[in-house]
Design a protein around this ligand. Structure first.
Ligand SMILES: [Zn+2]
Length: 305
């Protein structure tokens, strides 16, 4: 139920008013820096729209709530592609929206990362929300308001503020270690194996990346973070050779630009804003997803820290 959320009370009040108001159709834009938090609230709203036991809340135990939570509900569609949702997906969705509801309740579309939509996909989405069918609800999610203005103007905007460490119920250092990312903090809270106080050498960055890719186990991702932390903590003492070794170890084990961007982002967050090369480093990080040679990029990045 909504009362179990510790944060964003104002947004929750607003959503509950919307639910009581009982719109026939609607488009909402949930925006905020924490991607996982947006989804958590979007799902809570979706459940409330279809809950069998409540009008302005979700019970979490009825058939509709359970199946929306597990994303197996016939009237729920989740579009989730961090590289930008393809136009075919939006077209499929438009087709589905033109057919009848499967379960006789409201049809709900959760669309993530709207800020990454390419122009043609954004226009296809725009068509869909311009005249929504009765009973259709679009919950768009975006890290910022930097999206097509025509989409923005047709949506009800709702800002979700990242939860503080007190709201989540962990120590500040733990919160900072995971950069406040809800999903990772949840995984951390569930794991009894992870000890953030224990270090891991920068030299192990490659083997940590490999283990993480091989097993997809969050434990190894944390070890990877720790080896980056070790690099930053010891950077004053590292030789040029050490830094080049660090870069080699990363690239010998991955060329996944998404993961490399995550590694660079994590490194940047540890450096803090006082670094004299910050602007240059930020620029480099943002280039990670273009076709630039990764070896050059990482070499410049890690030797300028
Ligand atoms: Zn329910």
């Amino acid at each position: 139920m909504f009362k179990d959320f510790n944060s964003n009370k104002k947004a929750i009040d607003f959503l509950q008013k919307e639910l009581r108001f009982g719109r026939e159709a609607g488009t909402y834009l949930f925006y905020g820096a924490d991607r996982e938090l947006l989804k958590k609230f979007a799902k809570a709203f979706a459940k409330s729209l279809n809950c069998s036991n409540n009008i302005d809340d979700f019970c979490g135990v009825c058939e509709n709530c359970i199946r929306i939570e597990s994303e197996t509900h016939g009237d729920l569609e989740v579009l989730d592609d961090i590289t930008g949702i393809k136009i075919e997906k939006i077209r499929e969705l438009a087709y589905r929206d033109s057919t009848n509801s499967y379960e006789g309740k409201r049809k709900i579309y959760l669309i993530r990362d709207v800020e990454r939509l390419r122009k043609e996909s954004a226009n296809a989405l725009l068509k869909l929300i311009e005249e929504p069918n009765s009973g259709s609800f679009f919950i768009l999610m975006s890290s910022s308001l930097n999206i097509l203005p025509t989409i923005k103007s047709r949506a009800i905007l709702l800002n979700f503020i990242s939860e503080t460490h007190e709201e989540i119920g962990i120590a500040e250092e733990e919160y900072n270690f995971f950069l406040g990312k809800t999903k990772e903090i949840d995984l951390y809270k569930k794991s009894s194996l992870i000890d953030l106080k224990e270090g891991c050498s920068f030299e192990r960055v490659g083997s940590n990346i490999k283990s993480y890719i091989d097993t997809e186990d969050f434990y190894h991702k944390v070890e990877m973070y720790k080896s980056i932390r070790d690099f930053i903590n010891t950077k004053e003492y590292l030789t040029l050779g050490d830094k080049l070794y660090f870069v080699d170890e990363i690239l010998l084990n991955t060329n996944d630009r998404e993961l490399i961007k995550e590694i660079l982002s994590y490194t940047l967050s540890l450096i803090g804003s006082r670094n004299k090369n910050l602007e240059k480093l930020l620029e480099l990080k943002n280039m990670a997803k273009s076709s630039i040679n990764l070896k050059n990029l990482l070499t410049i990045f890690y030797t300028n820290i």
